[in-house]
Design a binder for this molecule. Structure first.
Ligand code: HEM
Length: 298
């Protein structure tokens, strides 16, 4: 799935749109009960609605969740976590077999409801039009995210029985998430080891075990590794929140490790040719880094 930045770019969601949406939060919060009541009046007219909203408990849960979704439209926090959550709503609708047409039609109802509120509040004014424009964008973004699962469903060929396949995919997803968590903890432990090693190097300089010049170069090399691990940790956190994994973070770590080796090699009697080879490796990694980040931007 695209990142939030790509979605914002596609729907031309600017900082000003975000400000507009935030400014509407109080108004929308005030009307959330009226909204959910009209939303339900609307969706209860769909044919076979009791197939999906089968008992009081489900209806009560759905009402709460839809209300929460409505208010969050005006939070102004549209990050990776936000798109992951909305995508999940689409997955739930697909899983219960809700026709995509119902979601599209209901979103049209939500749009009309919001526009009417804006007209009641701001009259027919330029301010109302600007606000409506921003509401339009966030609702379109939500509809897009909620219907991704329907499009995936159309393309999917089921090999196993449908329900079993959902369970297998869900299990695989949770497993992948656990692996990511494991990676995160391992990185934290590794960084603690490197920090201890840094302390050891400082100690060695203090007791005169290694010279000041060599010690400083070694410390710089270790700091470089700590910085690269920090980058990797940030990339992993971003990934856990639903963003794309930045392969470049691994390259950063590799570059830092080789630079550290060069720093240490200059202190020892290492041959010039070895140092040049390490330099060549840094250069190649740098070119790969540039190519990847360039293609991601493009
Ligand atoms: C704009 C349209 C809609 C929005 C924003 C919306 C929002 C939501 C949200 C936020 C959830 C919870 C998802 C989760 O936590 O995994 C949900 C689930 C659900 N939705 Fe909708 N929904 C919409 C349309 C509909 C319609 C038209 C129906 C039925 C006619 C429906 C029936 C359900 C049901 C049965 C669930 C599962 C409830 C449960 O068991 O907890 N939704 N929806």
């Amino acid at each position: 799935m695209e990142s939030i930045e790509e979605f914002k770019k596609a729907y031309l969601i600017s900082d000003q749109d975000i400000e507009h949406l935030r400014s509407l939060k109080t108004l929308m919060e005030k009307h959330q009960d009226e909204f959910i009541s009209k939303f339900y009046d609307y969706i209860l007219k769909f044919k076979d609605v009791s197939n999906y909203l089968s008992d009081e408990e489900t209806v009560a849960r759905h009402k709460d969740k839809v209300k929460m979704w409505f208010v969050k439209l005006f939070d102004g926090n549209y990050d990776e976590e936000y798109i992951r959550r909305i995508h999940k709503v689409g997955e739930t609708h697909v899983r219960i077999g809700l026709p995509g047409h119902y979601v599209n039609a209901t979103m049209n109802f939500v749009r009309r409801y919001c526009f009417k509120l804006l007209t009641d509040e701001y009259g027919c004014s330029r301010q109302r039009d600007l606000l409506a424009n921003s509401v339009d964008k966030i609702l379109d973004l939500n509809l897009d995210l909620m219907t991704i699962s329907y499009r995936e469903e159309e393309l999917r060929t089921f090999i196993l029985p449908r329900r079993l396949e959902y369970n297998v995919v869900e299990f695989a997803r949770r497993f992948a998430f656990s692996l990511d968590l494991f990676l995160l903890f391992s990185l934290i432990i590794t960084s603690l080891f490197v920090l201890t090693y840094l302390g050891y190097e400082v100690y060695n300089i203090t007791i005169g075990e290694i010279g000041i010049e060599g010690g400083i170069l070694k410390i710089l090399g270790t700091l470089l590794i700590i910085w690269a691990i920090g980058e990797l940790l940030n990339a992993e956190i971003h990934h856990l929140k639903g963003g794309k994994f930045a392969v470049t973070a691994f390259l950063t770590l590799a570059i830092a490790a080789v630079i550290r080796k060069i720093l240490i090699a200059t202190l020892t009697t290492e041959k010039v040719v070895d140092i040049l080879t390490l330099g060549g490796i840094v250069l190649s990694l740098g070119v790969v880094y540039w190519l990847i980040s360039h293609s991601e931007k493009g």
